[in-house]
Design a protein around this ligand. Structure first.
Ligand SMILES: [Zn+2]
Length: 462
């Protein structure tokens, strides 16, 4: 049993008014809301840090199962009630602590927001006190933990937001948010960039909704919807005993981003090559151009970022390709329920040689490999497939059929030319010939089952 989480973003439409976006004042309300919530957080953070004894108080807790009495930290709910009693004026309790009067400092502050702020602060303040006491206990001079900051993305609990999704007309969907206008709190409608993909993900069975967060950045605003799912998957040790087990092995490369082979009963039953569609050389051309521009304009200025747009483009492309490749891998796994996904443990890559643009490009390619690996694992786990990392020793050098050391080569004018960068693989012992990445992918299965013991190249005897 495990749990996995994902977020789905719903962008608020902040484009120009004529293009259907929210007006300027509404945009300012969002900033005001974040600012006032940060101020409230600052208030409660100070409040809790001046009462550290209450925050770290240990109370007697009676276990429901055994009836034993143990000491435990006071629960967050009890602290919340205590903090509200000390700071908030109500009809039954009209005068809170005079120096900590929240009601007079923040008039008409909505209850829901206040509670979310207090809960947030309890976590922040407790975390700080714990690390502080660990640091004091360690006796080190360096590394004193800094006081926690009040800034955080506001969590929207029920009662502070409402989605109004018009099912008939997807273009006209709004989200209603309780925002601070600078003078008062009021409900405001915001147009959203709602899409059917969002609806599909939101309504997908098995995923549980959590409270969304409002993420406000320089130019955009979005609601991030968190979803969690409970996963039941068999342990790998148990699946390994199953004689009908299907294994899906992935070899990650640069030109062939992923070579996926599916094996059952010792036979490869499906193969899939995922190419990069020229991404590698495309990226290389960009990097070469940026290097030339830099050479023409002189040394880079320290602390100043250059070619931002280009790097943004490269990163976005990498991210997109990584998601798509991971999706293909997971789709291959979903055809065989109960299968195990195999990866090579990623190696520590030596720095590439050659020009600066070539080195940068290799670095990007290796990062892409890591990204595909990570995303495929996450996506596979969400559909109940467990992944295993196997020992990468020798997977690309030895023959997948007989286990002898082979050579890489390419065909040039019908002739075999052996070389390190060759796309094809040839075994001099059993004369097996195939795509080098396919051979590596097959070897990943062998490595998982510990089947083949690699043999050194056989010496030619006279
Ligand atoms: Zn062989």
């Amino acid at each position: 049993m495990g749990q996995t989480a994902r977020t789905t973003k719903l962008l608020l439409d902040l484009s120009e008014r004529e293009q259907g976006g929210a007006n300027r004042a509404k945009r300012c309300y969002l900033e005001e809301t974040v600012a006032v919530l940060d101020a409230a957080r600052r208030f409660y953070l100070d409040f809790f840090l001046t009462h550290p004894d209450k925050l770290m108080e240990r109370v007697e807790v009676i276990s429901k199962k055994t009836g034993e009495v143990t000491l435990a930290l006071v629960s967050a709910d009890k602290l919340l009630t205590w903090a509200e009693f000390q700071t908030v004026a109500t009809d039954a309790h009209p005068d809170p602590l005079p120096e900590w009067n929240f009601t007079s400092t923040f008039p008409d502050f909505p209850n829901r927001y206040r509670r979310s702020v207090i809960k947030d602060c309890i976590g922040k303040a407790r975390g700080y006190l714990t690390t502080l006491s660990t640091w004091q206990w360690s006796g080190k001079k360096k590394g004193k933990p800094g006081t926690p900051t009040a800034a955080n993305h506001p969590t929207l609990y029920a009662g502070t937001y409402a989605l109004e999704l018009d099912t008939l007309d997807l273009c006209k969907s709004f989200v209603r948010l309780k925002v601070y206008t600078g003078e008062q709190w009021q409900w405001v409608h915001y147009p959203t960039r709602y899409s059917r993909y969002f609806e599909q993900r939101r309504a997908e069975p098995g995923w549980e909704q959590e409270s969304p967060k409002l993420i406000l950045s320089k130019h955009t605003a979005a609601l991030h919807f968190l979803q969690t799912k409970t996963i039941t998957a068999q342990k790998v040790v148990e699946s390994k005993r199953d004689p009908d087990l299907v294994t899906v092995a992935v070899d990650l490369n640069i030109k062939q981003l992923a070579v996926i082979t599916v094996r059952q009963h010792g036979k490869i039953i499906q193969t899939r090559f995922v190419t990069d569609h020229g991404l590698d050389s495309h990226r290389y051309r960009h990097l070469r151009r940026s290097a030339r521009k830099q050479w023409q304009s002189g040394k880079p200025v320290k602390g100043e970022r250059s070619n931002q747009q280009l790097w943004h483009h490269i990163r976005r492309q990498n991210r997109d390709v990584a998601h798509k490749t991971a999706r293909v891998i997971v789709e291959a796994c979903e055809q065989y329920p109960g299968c195990v996904l195999l990866f090579e443990r990623l190696r520590v890559i030596k720095q590439a040689r050659g020009s600066k643009s070539r080195r940068l490009n290799r670095k990007q390619a290796n990062q892409l490999k890591g990204k595909i690996n990570q995303l495929a694992k996450e996506k596979a786990y969400a559909s109940g497939v467990v992944s295993v990392e196997v020992n990468p020793h020798g997977t690309s050098q030895y023959c997948g059929r007989c286990g002898c050391k082979g050579v890489r080569f390419t065909y040039q004018a019908g002739q075999r030319v052996a070389g390190k960068g060759g796309k094809l693989f040839f075994c001099p012992v059993c004369h097996y010939e195939c795509h080098a990445d396919f051979n590596a992918s097959c070897n990943v299965h062998h490595s998982f089952f510990h089947e083949v013991h690699w043999q050194p190249r056989l010496q030619k005897s006279g």
